[in-house]
Design a protein around this ligand. Structure first.
Ligand code: SF4
Length: 93
């Protein structure tokens, strides 16, 4: 369905006769989103094309969909699966 509030006529998962997202509309991007390719400018403000609540995605560290920050830059290490690492090591012997 298409949004009929702040992102007029944009296809949206949350629209069903009214906005079903908590709060009744998307939230604006936050300062940390500056530079991300997923930000969209609308007459009603700047919003994220992927998430209706950008602030929540920065609360626990880094937004996993951010295009402007690389994991290495952010100092976040990729999680290592110990089982896969063990198999990889056994293949090298
Ligand atoms: S993808 Fe993440 S960083 Fe980019 S605009 Fe959306 S919430 Fe912000």
């Amino acid at each position: 369905m298409q949004c009929q509030t702040i992102k007029m006529d944009k296809d949206c998962f949350f629209w069903a006769e009214e906005c079903t997202f908590p709060g009744g509309q998307c939230r604006n991007v936050v300062e940390k989103c500056e530079g991300c390719n997923r930000t969209e400018e609308w007459p009603t403000g700047k919003y994220c094309a992927s998430y209706p609540a950008p602030d929540k995605h920065w609360n626990l560290g880094m937004c996993n969909m951010a295009t402007h920050i690389k994991l290495e830059e952010a100092g976040v290490q990729k999680a290592l699966n110990p089982l896969k690492a063990s198999k990889r090591m056994s293949g090298r012997r």
